[in-house]
Design a protein around this ligand. Structure first.
Ligand code: DUC
Ligand code: ZN
Ligand code: ZN
Ligand code: ZN
Length: 464
């Protein structure tokens, strides 16, 4: 039998531990994993000395995201180019329905935006920003289309925020149909008060973004939503997106120990950076929500990643150019006018590999668990994605564990001219990405064609 591609002499890592040998691929699928494969193949690649891992699943990206009166600078082309270069073979992005639109209409809009441009494979969550009988009715139809998870916001008053009664009704409805609930947990009412207070006092510098969104408002919102969701019942599948505090992780963990299917996601910037970055002249680039926190919180998050209490790592890739961040002015605008978001999809792999695995904080298995296995299960993509077994999609990242790279806009692929990790050097770098059996990135070059990614419908997950 002739294969399309054989990867020779790989050190293959999965959640089950390492394996050394060969991998054969046919028609985009993993076909055989064996010590020594001598069969014919169109292409044979020798990967000795490299680490092969499952392609990452970035479960949290905002490409072409209409938010805070801007559309993010990375559209589905630039954004997924960055993903692919970073070893991310699947993203899960957010349908963002315009106010008044049905979820079904918004789904069509997002497929039209993404399909002609994507380079990685992609799946979709849907944001729900308002409630109506029509929206509630749309939920089972969306699940049937493969949109099995829904993001609800407890912050961003007047843009996305829902109140407790709306949250309760939506959690109930989504859970009736087996869907997953993603929560942006911050107390938006109080944040709004704090913002108004600071503005009245003339406190407009970027660091006030942090002071207006203190840790306790994430902890409170997490506690509140866990209480509300627990009333609905143990069938609720819920995760707190971009968790930035150890305490919010611990609340969710304590519910999980009681049998609730509650989880946490964190993002690499909360592991890497602290509030001090907001005080730099380019502090506006570091405005995202929840905000960057203390080194103590960073340490708590690393520990909870190591223990397994944090379930997934997603980038929250939400890129604005300098011009957009500064609202097209020379001076930095008041903190509350700066569009929220940072790039991240391309740097999940090098940051977690170097600062997590190489520094001995997390194992290779944990790294894979939080970047592919768990997101695949949570978003209903498993076992097609996130598994290394015959029949699964042949999605891989190939790491040169010794390659040293200094991060900068020059080596990254986003559609902006800065990096938030300019002073960071890593050892360990993605040198090849394989997406459904095709080499789509090699030695700094993204080879895949625009639009060659595929929509992957999710199935309501049975993971837990
Ligand atoms: N936080 C961000 O920083 N950007 C996108 C939306 C969000 O919740
Ligand atoms: Zn062939
Ligand atoms: Zn959010
Ligand atoms: Zn987000």
């Amino acid at each position: 039998m002739g294969y399309d591609l054989i990867l020779k002499n790989v050190k293959l890592f999965s959640v089950a531990g390492p394996f050394e040998g060969d991998v054969a691929i046919k028609d985009g699928k993993i076909t055989k994993i064996s010590g020594d494969i001598q069969d014919q193949a169109d292409k044979v690649v020798n990967l000795s000395g490299k680490y092969v891992i499952p392609g990452l699943i970035d479960g949290h990206t905002h490409m072409e995201f209409p938010f805070m009166s801007e559309v993010t600078a990375d559209d589905f082309y630039y954004g997924t180019k960055a993903s692919i270069a970073g070893g991310v073979t699947t993203i899960v992005d957010f349908i963002t329905p315009p106010k008044g639109s049905s979820l079904g209409e918004a789904y069509e809009m997002w497929r039209k935006k993404a399909d002609p441009k994507v380079i990685s494979d992609y799946s979709l969550h849907s944001i729900i920003r308002e409630i109506s009988p029509k929206i509630l009715e749309d939920i089972p139809d969306m699940i049937a289309k493969g949109v099995v998870s829904f993001k609800l916001f407890m912050a961003y008053k007047n843009e996305f925020m829902l109140n407790d009664s709306e949250l309760y009704q939506l959690i109930k409805k989504i859970s009736d149909y087996g869907g997953v609930i993603g929560i942006h947990a911050e107390n938006g009412e109080i944040i709004n008060e704090l913002i108004q207070e600071f503005i009245r006092e003339g406190k407009v510098e970027s660091v006030y973004h942090y002071y207006s969104r203190p840790d306790i408002l994430e902890i409170e919102a997490t506690n509140r939503i866990a209480s509300i969701a627990s009333l609905v019942g143990k069938h609720v599948k819920m995760y707190i997106v971009h968790t930035s505090t150890g305490e919010a992780v611990d609340i969710i963990t304590s519910y999980r120990k009681e049998g609730f299917k509650f989880f946490n996601e964190t993002a690499p910037h909360y592991l890497m950076l602290n509030t001090e970055y907001l005080k730099r002249p380019d502090g506006y680039r570091f405005v995202m929500s929840p905000p960057l926190r203390s080194d103590e919180q960073r340490t708590k998050l690393w520990m909870r990643l190591a223990s397994g209490d944090i379930y997934t790592v997603g980038s929250d890739h939400c890129v604005y150019s300098d011009a957009q961040k500064k609202r097209y002015k020379d001076d930095v605008p008041p903190f509350h006018e700066i569009p929220n978001g940072v790039p991240g999809t391309e740097t999940i792999l090098p940051l977690l590999f170097y600062f997590g695995v190489k520094r001995g904080i997390i194992s290779m298995e944990r790294f894979i668990e939080v970047t592919s296995y768990n997101p695949a299960r949570l978003f209903g993509l498993y076992p097609r994605k996130g598994s290394i077994m015959p029949g699964a999609d042949a999605d891989f990242a190939v790491i040169d564990p010794n390659r040293r790279v200094k991060l900068s806009a020059d080596v990254l692929h986003s559609n902006i001219n800065y990096s938030i990790y300019d002073d960071v050097e890593v050892e360990g770098w993605n040198i090849m990405t394989i997406r459904r059996g095709e080499i789509v990135y090699e030695e700094g070059q993204v080879i895949a064609k625009k639009g060659s990614g595929t929509y992957i419908p999710g199935k309501t997950p049975v993971m837990v």
